[in-house]
Design a binder for this molecule. Structure first.
Ligand code: BGC
Length: 355
């Protein structure tokens, strides 16, 4: 079978290779890969700045945004051949820490978790893969063209859960949310905000391409002015930050509403310095009971919430979200950004052509 492999920490080492077909173990599903989504983390791995190969090997099968169809399932597993499934990314650390022991591996305390396609376990970027039955999520058959969006949706389902749990520490009836960044994570965060009946605003720099129309099609408002202006005029109750741009992060923290909650989901590049008026920011967070929280990854509960959110979403909106499908043998093209890219997907099934 063909698989998309990379040598972590070696630039330009991406290569589609022939690997042996996986052999299904008792408690696992054997799955025919349909699609893998490409995100910023994959780009960092391909650029040589992130990622870890499995112990004792130098290459990693890439791919953590998955979608496949079950070829074989253990009897009584609750799965059957033909089911559409997505594999969970993270595995608990081997100790395990208290959070991992309780199924909250997304909150791992010792950092020794592993992640498929990212950290020490092969990913889902191959024509066939196996996954433990308790690390697979079944999707509505209607989602065949868009189910690859489940993993990024699980990341925003977790972010929303964090916001709501933090909000529930006192009276909390938020009205207005600002999402900073209209890339895939930002746009999906906006979708989940709209599904909650909130007034949703999205801030991004670009005025062209698919972002403005995808955001307005949700019934949300798209802004392109500078962050300071947008945050101070909206005074949002909730900010979901998805740019990782340091200036935007600090604007969000200092201009939000009283009892405001800022959830940070964007990973910033290290090494850039920014001068901030730290005293005022601290003062405002204290005097307004504000909260700032970071959020990464997702556990099984968030995948289930994400599956429900996708099932409720407008299918044609989700289809419009996937702006490019590249066949596996030309996978390299998926890593060269084009101006009209939103979510780029690599098609894994042998019959797939580009669309
Ligand atoms: C993935 C997460 C993962 C994180 C850090 C993100 O792109 O969506 O599942 O935990 O990268 O490796």
């Amino acid at each position: 079978m063909r698989a998309l492999t990379v040598r972590p920490h070696v630039k330009n080492s991406l290569e589609v290779r022939d690997l042996p077909e996986p052999v299904r173990q008792e408690d696992r599903l054997l799955v025919d890969g349909l699609a893998m989504g490409v995100c910023g983390t994959d780009k960092e791995i391909v650029d040589g700045s992130y990622g870890w190969a499995p112990p004792g090997r130098d290459r990693l099968v890439l791919g953590h945004e998955s979608l496949g169809r079950v070829r074989q399932a253990p009897p009584d597993s609750g799965f059957s051949a033909g089911d559409l499934v997505v594999g969970v990314v993270r595995r608990p650390d081997p100790v395990p820490c208290g959070a991992c022991a309780r199924g909250e591996f997304d909150m791992c305390r010792n950092g020794r978790y592993t992640e498929r396609g990212i950290k020490e376990i092969d990913g889902y970027g191959s024509q066939a893969w196996c996954v433990e039955t308790d690390r697979a999520v079944r999707l509505d058959a209607r989602l065949e063209r868009v189910g690859v969006l489940l993993e990024p949706t699980s990341v925003v389902a977790k972010a929303w859960e964090q916001v709501e749990r933090i909000g529930s520490r006192s009276w909390f009836e938020p009205e207005r949310v600002l999402v900073t960044g209209a890339g895939p994570i930002g746009a999906l965060a906006a979708l989940l905000g709209v599904q909650r009946g909130l007034e949703v605003h999205v801030l991004d720099r670009v005025t062209e391409g698919p972002k403005p129309s995808l955001i307005s099609a949700l019934g949300a408002t798209y802004h392109t002015e500078n962050a300071e202006k947008v945050v101070s005029s909206l005074r949002p109750d909730i900010v979901i930050e998805a740019t990782g741009a340091a200036e935007v992060v600090f604007e969000a923290m200092s201009g939000n509403a009283h009892y405001g909650i800022v959830c940070l989901t964007g990973v910033s590049p290290a090494g850039r310095k920014l001068t901030v008026e730290a005293g005022s920011i601290n003062r405002e967070i204290v005097l307004e009971n504000d909260a700032v929280v970071g959020s990464v990854n997702a556990n099984l509960r968030h995948y289930q919430l994400a599956a429900e959110a996708l099932a409720r979403a407008d299918l044609s909106w989700l289809e419009g979200f996937i702006t490019r499908r590249v066949p596996l043998d030309r996978a390299g093209e998926a890593f060269t950004a084009r101006p009209d890219d939103m979510k780029v997907v690599i098609a894994l099934d042998a019959s797939a052509g580009a669309a």
